[in-house]
Design a protein around this ligand. Sequence first.
Ligand code: NAD
Ligand code: LMR
Length: 342
Amino acid sequence: ALRGSFAQKAQKADRRFQYNFQPRASYKVAVLGAAGGIGQPLSLLIKMSPLVSDLHLYDIANVKGVAADLSHCNTPSKVRDFTGNSELANALKGVNVVVIPAGVPRKPGMTRDDLFNINAGIVKNLVEAVADNCPDAFLHIISNPVNSTVPIAAEVLKQKGVYDPKKLFGVSTLDVVRANTFVAQQKNLKLIDVDVPVVGGHAGITILPLLSKTKPSVSFTDEEIQQLTVRIQNAGTEVVEAKAGAGSATLSMAYAAARFVESSLRALDGDGDVYECSYVQSDLTELPFFASRIKLGRKGVEAIISSDLQGLTEYEQKALEALKPELKASIEKGISFAHKQT
Ligand code: NAD
Ligand code: LMR
């Protein structure tokens, strides 16, 4: 009887832990770069989603072990591994959402743009395979420099004749996650309540948190605005320096990317109330790509929320103008890379 009751308690613990994971829909997600610092914890978090039936893990190496390991979790989704270019097409067939965290991360002293020479080619090759095998999938780009890799992806998809701007996303969720955390800490707010839109791009001064639009409404001194803005813009570098050569943000990034995947799946599943910030093709400014709040729907970006750019403070307006030349140059660098390769 004692054994029985322990068994029941263990089962109850498992059920309690699992109750969020009861299957609610069946979408297929592929992670390209799944054996990496981001790829592994991201794949774990996606394995916990009740909206996922199949999880395809692709990398150029070491992905068999990651998949074997993850497949032992008693959550519903099936995990499959795919190694190397010859297995890439099969990793992508029938997939609804593709997430790309493949590529090299920064070391101290580097900018995200210093990663361009290696990561641009990696993203180009992977997106070509996406175009050939699952052109209708939502495509989430994490690989840096995001300001350039998203325009590269757009050009590759155009060259293949399958570009749908509503389905291509630069993942800038981590900037929002950081802004929410830092503002809640600074202002002693309940974390769950805080939402700060972050617009522009995903590098240095192109990351522009709109602190005046923070929900709940909260007032900041000029010093607080300056200090919080700079902290949010340099948060990636803060982690790169703390890791001292061992890479950049992976765990917080996995958390942020998993949130964006879950939001995309909810939108695909018909939830009509899904909003996220993302770096997308946009007509909010004169730049062809811009991060802002968007509404997600079954077909991808359903609306770009323009109200965030109205009624900016003088500080925000100046910062917006100041970021445009750098963001424009990064976009053009991506586009011309994609054209040179053809
Ligand atoms: P990592 O080196 O730990 O992992 C990268 C993985 O990509 C490795 O497993 C590697 O084998 C794989 N890879 C390399 N070339 C590949 C290819 N052609 N196809 C498939 N996989 C390939 O790096 P990480 O820490 O996971 O970071 C990955 C990228 O994400 C970096 O470019 C980093 O700058 C970026 N990043 C972006 C954000 C963001 O907010 N968007 C945040 C953190 C990191
Ligand atoms: C981040 O913001 O943490 C990432 O873009 C990684 C980096 O290089 O800072």
